[in-house]
Write a new protein. Structure first.
Length: 177
């Protein structure tokens, strides 16, 4: 069982700007359409767990549903998913340890954890095993932070750094327990 974060952040640690927008993620030229390792990463996971806000951001892109793996959306307020996402997106709620146990019992062992609040809540409960963070060379000066307060420090080991597109740095960290 592995819970993995794969996310991009600004130099100052934000995953969305002050207007909850992520347009700045696409400002680095990518003429060959390199997916920066995302396809390989998706091959490692069984399902995604994201929050309602992240679902809404993905839906706002106006593109075909980008995920081939099941997506479980944590929400206490949503009661249904859009018709076109039936069978692809599933609503789930409860304590995170229970959510993980339920998904693991259904055969979903390697989970991609996405979304600011969701990641922060998983970290607060020490439920993240790996962080893959791509840093975009921009200072946003505010917005949605990747990290929030923790009850106590969490130690991670840096296992990989990769320079991408001559502008980005992707770092991989594994939780040290």
């Amino acid at each position: 069982m592995t819970n993995i974060v794969y996310i991009a952040t600004s130099l100052d640690g934000f995953i969305a700007d002050k207007d909850n927008k992520v347009d700045w993620l696409h400002e680095i030229p990518n003429p060959d359409g390199d997916d920066l390792g995302f396809t390989d990463f998706i091959g490692r996971i069984d399902a995604l767990v994201m929050g309602r806000n992240t679902l809404e951001i993905v839906l706002s892109f106006g593109i075909d549903w980008p995920y081939t793996k099941p997506v479980f959306v944590l929400s206490n307020t949503l009661t249904q998913v859009p018709d076109e996402l039936e069978g692809k997106v599933f609503l789930i709620k409860g304590e995170l340890t229970e959510v993980i146990a339920t998904l693991n019992s259904q055969g979903y062992q390697n989970l991609y954890i996405d979304g600011g609040k969701t990641i922060q809540n998983f970290l607060k409960q020490d439920l993240i095993d790996e962080l893959i963070i791509t840093t975009i060379p921009v200072l946003l000066g505010g917005g949605i932070p990747l990290f929030g307060e923790l009850g106590s420090p969490l130690q991670f080991k840096h296992v990989k750094a990769e320079r991408l597109l001559d502008h980005l740095v992707q770092n991989t960290f594994v939780r040290q327990r």
